[in-house]
Design a protein around this ligand. Structure first.
Ligand code: NAP
Length: 333
């Protein structure tokens, strides 16, 4: 496993995500699937055995629902499962990232990036994660009602109160990221060290405007959905199989259909090179670090230990200049 730095903190080249955890067969009365905790813990253990020391979660993740903020009573389940697993490890031996912003309660101030909501949610996350601090606290997406100044002020406080070590942004428009960073810079406050954005071979919007900010401000990109939620593995080529994320996620078929031509071409390239599609897709992300001049940590999602074993081997896949050119034609930027 290779390691990178976020601020001065050392993290593995891959993080492990908790948005979707292995589903069990059991359902809540509203039809939502339970998480298979035993299987999840095996994946976490395998991740650590493979040298991954970096875990990403969010106050809203349940573990088997995409739009968790629509089910406030299920928010935080992934943090509980992760905290319960990690309690047996030395707290200093791993790096923990979580997020705040989503609606987690139906009353006023049940979501957002206000001083009030963040002050509440950091306590909730720490309690669910069974820890005194999180290493990286990220603002999940924009809150149009709270000023950047208010949010940066409370984040700065959290760092100085020792509840948070570093702060990061996610899914914010470039103008808002710049504005918030300028406020913090001017006041000598703690500032973002990471940007968590959607980034993969067929979804490269990050490169339009955000990559230049990341480079200028030395932000590490935490690349989410690096396999386009599994679509780049090629497993949806013959339809949506039971047990896959596509089988229980609303609107998934539309994403598969929309990317069909790109994925077919990608699968041809991976076949010609005799490299597994998952490994090629991740190796491409790692390669883009050189081109974009930034550090990139793909956040891996996995529902089996085999996925992890397969995916981290992407570190050993070398991408030639001509392969890079071919892969770069798959998506318009
Ligand atoms: N900041 C944000 O707004 C945001 C948004 C989304 C995600 N995230 C973060 O990014 C993390 C990763 O996202 P993601 O889970 O969508 O990542 P992904 O790597 O694009 O998709 C992971 C899914 O692909 C399938 N898969 C993985 N490896 C495979 C393999 N070798 N062979 C076949 N299928 C494979 C599995 O799905 P099956 O269930 O089908 O097995 C797995 O759950 C999340 O957990 C979360 O921490 C952040």
């Amino acid at each position: 496993m290779n390691y990178k730095h976020i601020g001065g903190m050392e993290v593995s080249q891959f993080a492990i995500g908790t948005w979707h955890l292995p589903p069990s067969d059991k359902r809540y009365p509203d039809g939502i699937l339970y998480v298979d905790v035993e299987k999840t813990e095996k994946i976490f253990k395998k991740a650590m055995d493979l040298g991954i020391n970096f875990f990403d979660t969010a106050n809203t993740y349940h573990g088997t629902i995409s739009e968790t903020h629509l089910h406030p009573e299920k928010s935080g389940n992934a943090e509980i499962i992760l905290g319960n697993y990690l309690k047996d490890y030395n707290r200093e031996s791993f790096v923990l990232a979580t997020k705040v912003r989503a609606e987690v309660a139906v009353f006023h101030n049940g979501g957002g990036l206000s001083r009030k909501h963040i002050s509440w949610q950091i306590r909730e996350s720490l309690s669910r994660l069974r820890t005194d601090y999180v290493d990286l606290y990220q603002i999940h997406w924009q809150d149009p009602y709270t000023s950047g100044r208010e949010t940066m002020d409370i984040l700065n406080d959290l760092v100085h109160r020792g509840l948070v070590h570093y702060i990061g942004t996610s899914n914010h428009p470039p103008s808002s990221t710049k504005e918030m960073m300028n406020v913090a810079e001017k006041r000598g406050w703690e500032n973002f060290v990471t940007m968590q954005e959607s980034y993969n071979l067929i979804e490269r919007d990050f490169e339009k405007e955000k990559a230049s900010i990341a480079k200028e401000k030395s932000l590490t990109l935490l690349a989410y959905v690096p396999l386009a939620e599994g679509i780049l593995s090629g497993k949806y080529s013959n339809g949506i199989m039971p047990g896959t994320r596509g089988s229980y996620t609303e609107g998934f078929k539309e994403s598969v259909d929309k990317s069909k031509n790109q994925v077919n071409r990608f699968l041809e390239i991976s076949k010609e090179l005799d490299v597994k599609p998952t490994q090629l897709a991740l190796a491409w992300i790692l390669k883009m670090q050189e081109k974009l001049g930034i550090n990139i940590i793909p956040i891996l999602g996995a529902t089996s230990v085999n996925h992890l074993e397969e995916n981290i081997q992407s570190q050993d896949v070398k991408i030639s200049d001509s392969t890079l050119r071919d892969l770069n034609t798959l998506a318009k930027i």
